[in-house]
Design a protein around this ligand. Structure first.
Ligand SMILES: Nc1ncnc2c1ncn2[C@@H]1O[C@H](COP(=O)(O)OP(=O)(O)OP(=O)(O)O)[C@@H](O)[C@H]1O
Length: 352
């Protein structure tokens, strides 16, 4: 298998902080990989390592099998888009886009035609003569993307490129950037805090925690098969319930716990009273019922004091669900129950 970008056992220390603690990641040609993690987990530092803006203590970095250890940032053929656009205010839009070509001393005619081509790609045709100040936030971000792509880089790095945009514009730009990335077929590494952005745009998402990549997988695999409780809770809402002998336990005593079931709220359904329960079920007192437009949110409290969240369709008869009364919910499809095998640490955590 060809690898466009290979990071192997990279360590970085900043001041007294061991910020990257042995990070390894292989990215295939044309793949879109997002680094997702809490603030301070090391995402930007890893992006800077790829760009050549951050030296490493140890480890290896290759682009298309070629070591980058002695290659300075300007020779790495990487395009970068930052959150803050960083357009040059005194240059026109066209000059901004053509800037990487001017730096490479390409002739004026080529600069002009590439700028026009890139502006058409980001759906801003005919805007070359405009000033960046006359553009909206979304348009400026497209110009920044056009500029990053102008020199035909081997790798595109996106550092929270949508963070400054409002929600609606951000969603439009997520679709737009994905379209452009697929069309150009450029290998891309992106950084975000935004789960939805990571899930909708990426071929794979790398969950970063405290300087380590905890899991790197497709969005669906991360959601369905998280390796640990941290990943399960980080991506979407999850019920983490102790299990033993292939059943969810309402009220686990330490010795019985042999794993943690990850059950998503939308995979639980109500079991009418009098009906037999499937194996994967939970019973408790109704703590909260709220209507959220397209779904009902039901929260149960088990006898062991554990909160279980269910997302129920609007067709349910809500009048049967009274706060304080008992209800049973079950997952009828055992494939939707993902069990994380217990380690001594997780068993203690779940039983606590
Ligand atoms: N120059 C520095 N000296 C010491 N520590 C630093 C320095 N720069 C960054 N750090 C620390 O390194 C850690 C990782 O920072 P980094 O910016 O890579 O995280 P991040 O995941 O990108 O965070 P955010 O999402 O907030 O941008 C943080 O704890 C930060 O405080």
């Amino acid at each position: 298998m060809t690898i466009a970008l290979s990071i192997t056992d990279v360590h970085v220390t900043l001041g007294h902080n061991h910020v990257l603690k042995g990070v390894s990641l292989d990215v295939r040609p044309g793949e879109f990989v997002t680094l997702l993690g809490a603030s301070g987990s090391g995402k930007t530092t890893l992006l800077n390592v790829i760009a050549g803006l951050q030296a490493v203590d140890s480890g290896h970095l290759t682009f298309d099998g070629v070591s980058m250890e002695r290659t300075p940032p300007q020779k790495r053929n990487v395009g970068v888009v930052f959150q803050s656009y960083a357009l040059f205010p005194h240059m026109s839009v066209g000059e901004n886009v053509a800037f990487p070509l001017r730096a490479a001393r390409r002739p004026a005619r080529e600069r002009k035609s590439v700028a026009e081509e890139m502006l058409a790609l980001v759906q801003l045709p005919g805007m070359a003569g405009r000033s960046p100040a006359s553009l909206s936030g979304g348009q400026r971000q497209r110009v920044a993307l056009a500029r990053a792509l102008a020199a035909n880089p081997g790798i595109l790095l996106l550092d929270e490129p949508m963070a400054a945009l409002d929600k609606q514009l951000r969603e439009q730009m997520q679709v737009e950037v994905t379209r452009i990335q697929r069309k150009v077929g450029i290998t891309t590494v992106s950084v975000t805090h935004d789960q939805t952005e990571a899930l909708t745009m990426s071929d794979r998402v790398a969950i970063m925690r405290d300087g380590i990549l905890v899991q790197v997988d497709s969005p669906e695999d991360l959601y369905r098969h998280p390796v640990d409780e941290y990943v399960a809770g980080f991506l979407g809402e999850a019920n983490l319930l102790p299990t033993a002998g292939g059943r969810i336990l309402d009220d686990a005593a330490g010795a019985e716990v042999d794993g943690t079931a990850v059950v998503r709220p939308e995979d639980l359904e109500l079991v009418p009273s009098g009906e037999a329960c499937p194996a994967w079920h939970v019973e408790g007192a109704i703590h909260l019922l709220s209507f959220q437009g397209t779904r009902f949110r039901l929260e149960l409290l088990t006898d062991g004091g554990r909160k279980v969240v269910c997302s129920l369709p609007p067709s349910i008869d809500a009048s049967t669900l009274v706060v304080g009364e008992r209800a049973r919910v079950a997952c009828r499809n055992p494939e939707r129950v993902h069990v994380i095998a217990a380690t001594p640490a997780t068993a203690a955590m779940v039983a606590a």
